[in-house]
Design a binder for this molecule. Structure first.
Ligand code: ADP
Length: 479
């Protein structure tokens, strides 16, 4: 078992270990209380996990696709049965409202069932040869041991999105969850064990990020790094992966523009921006970061938006009617405040919110909307990762596209318009991996999620996602 009275252990080589190590304190961001302890693992545990994953690879990769699929379906069933238990744990360590947490568990589990099916469809190819007595065969083989490093904003989904395609394709995995949210990861590992997934196929190591990351990057048995997190850390890891030329997938930061054209359905646009911006208290990499609204509809849009924001209830994620939970920690609160203060200093006007909520013990910040945002404000360029929405206006379509693209990021962008030609034109011109066209919530297991530019490399989800975990082998046959 992962846990006994708030004391967790990590899962390495089919064993629950680490009680004898120093312990990391896990805080509930809704209250500031420490409610669990996890082992502070390092090099020894990271190496043990790789050894175990490497040994398991020999047999796991030789199983039939049907067998691997069955294991994943077993895991899926157990997660489905316990989704409220996992959801509660997720809310306690991460803060998001319970309903949203259970939604995340379902979303996370969607990757497992999707890849349980896709395991059976990792097709190769035959190519016409240039000689009558030759044949060309192309196979897809699992990469090997995969190291996954994940963030705290989606403690369940960021793990299954990597581990499910890895396991489906025959890879084995070593996972390091974020230090703030390891409990959901450990619970998922416990259910994987219950599902009968063999020893060593999935390992979860908790502890010192830098030491564990470095150990895995230097180990030539680890053939692939898959990371979701900040662009800053992604660059460090990409450099580290160069030591042994590992395959890499990186899902990094974003700075999503949300464009509202003069012909948009404003009610739909408001609904879309609320979902996109305030889900998970603004702590997702595809959250709308900046709105560009056509000047002719700016007043009407903002009025509807402010009315909708007034309805949002901030509070403990376990309270029944909470729409927005706390932010992850004090640093997160301070960053939002810094972005708000900078914008106001540079001439933005506060439409609603703007303050941290100090009546509660946790890390709460009011949902905030700013008018008159300008391109030189920090919040218009850097990821706020909090419930702050700055609104700028524009006059011409080309201007909106240019300002939307003027960033080193390229993950998600949103555009609202009822004009089909314009919709296609703008979607194609946006330099982003994901475009939500009249859609504020585009992430689903069957679609390719990923970014351009400094937002990352590779895609997760859908049949594209499995390509990240296979190597193409060409067998040239002469007879
Ligand atoms: P965030 O800003 O969302 O916390 P980070 O990029 O700092 O994003 O963290 C994402 C994940 O990367 C976490 O699991 C964290 O522990 C891990 N991490 C942070 N720094 C390093 C590092 N130097 N090496 C390996 N992993 C790291």
């Amino acid at each position: 078992m992962a846990e006994k009275q708030g004391q967790y252990r990590m899962y390495v080589g089919g064993k629950w270990i680490g009680q004898d190590l120093n312990q990391i304190r896990i805080t509930n961001p809704a209250t500031g209380d420490v409610f669990a302890l996890v082992p502070d693992g390092g090099k020894a545990e990271a190496e043990k996990a790789v050894k175990s994953a490497f040994e398991a690879f020999a047999t796991w990769s030789k199983k039939t696709a049907e067998e691997r699929s069955q294991y994943l379906f077993n895991w899926h069933r157990l997660i489905e049965e316990q989704k409220e238990v996992i959801g509660r744990l997720l809310t306690e360590e991460q803060g998001k409202p319970f309903k949203e947490a259970v939604g995340e568990v379902s979303y996370a589990n969607g990757f497992i069932s999707w890849y349980a099916e896709e395991a059976k469809r990792i097709y190769g190819e035959t190519i016409p040869a240039s000689h009558p007595r030759k044949r060309i065969l192309v196979q897809k083989q699992p990469v090997g041991v995969v190291a996954a490093i994940t963030p705290w904003n989606f403690p369940a989904a960021m793990i299954t999105r990597k581990v499910a395609p890895a396991l489906a394709s025959g890879c084995t995995a070593v996972v390091k969850p974020a230090e703030q949210t390891p409990l959901t990861a450990l619970k998922l590992a416990e259910l994987a064990e219950m599902a009968g997934i063999p020893t060593g196929v999935l390992n979860v190591v908790t502890g010192n990020a830098q030491v564990i990351g470095e150990t895995w990057l230097r180990d030539s048995r680890v053939r692939k790094l898959t990371f979701t997190g900040s662009t800053e850390v992604g660059k460090i890891l990409m450099r580290g992966a160069a030591h042994t030329v590992k395959k890499v997938s990186l899902e990094l930061g974003g700075h999503a523009p949300f464009i509202v054209m003069d012909d948009a359905d404003l009610d739909k646009a408001v609904e879309g921006v609320i979902g996109s911006k305030f889900r998970n208290a603004g702590q997702t990499c595809v959250c709308a970061n900046r709105v560009y609204v056509h000047e002719s509809v700016a007043a009407a849009f903002t009025e509807k938006l402010v009315t909708a924001v007034q309805q949002l209830r901030v509070g403990n994620g376990l309270a029944e009617h909470t729409d927005i939970g706390p932010l992850i920690d004090r640093k997160a609160i301070e960053k939002v405040q810094r972005h708000v203060d900078d914008a106001i200093e540079k001439g933005a006007r506060l439409a609603i919110g703007g303050q941290r909520k100090i009546s509660d013990a946790g890390y709460y910040f009011e949902p905030t909307v700013l008018f008159d945002a300008a391109d030189d404000m920090v919040c218009m360029n850097e990821e706020t990762f909090g419930p702050l929405l700055p609104i700028a206006t524009f006059q011409e379509e080309a201007e909106a596209i240019e300002r939307a693209n003027d960033t080193p990021y390229g993950l998600a962008a949103y555009v609202y318009t009822e004009n089909i030609g314009r919709a296609i034109r703008i979607s194609e011109a946006l330099e982003y991996g994901i475009v939500g066209l009249n859609d504020g919530l585009p992430s689903v297991p069957q679609a390719p999620f990923g970014g351009l530019k400094e937002s990352g490399i590779g895609r997760e989800g859908g049949h594209y996602g499995i390509e990240e975990y296979v190597e193409v082998k060409y067998i040239s046959i002469a007879f």
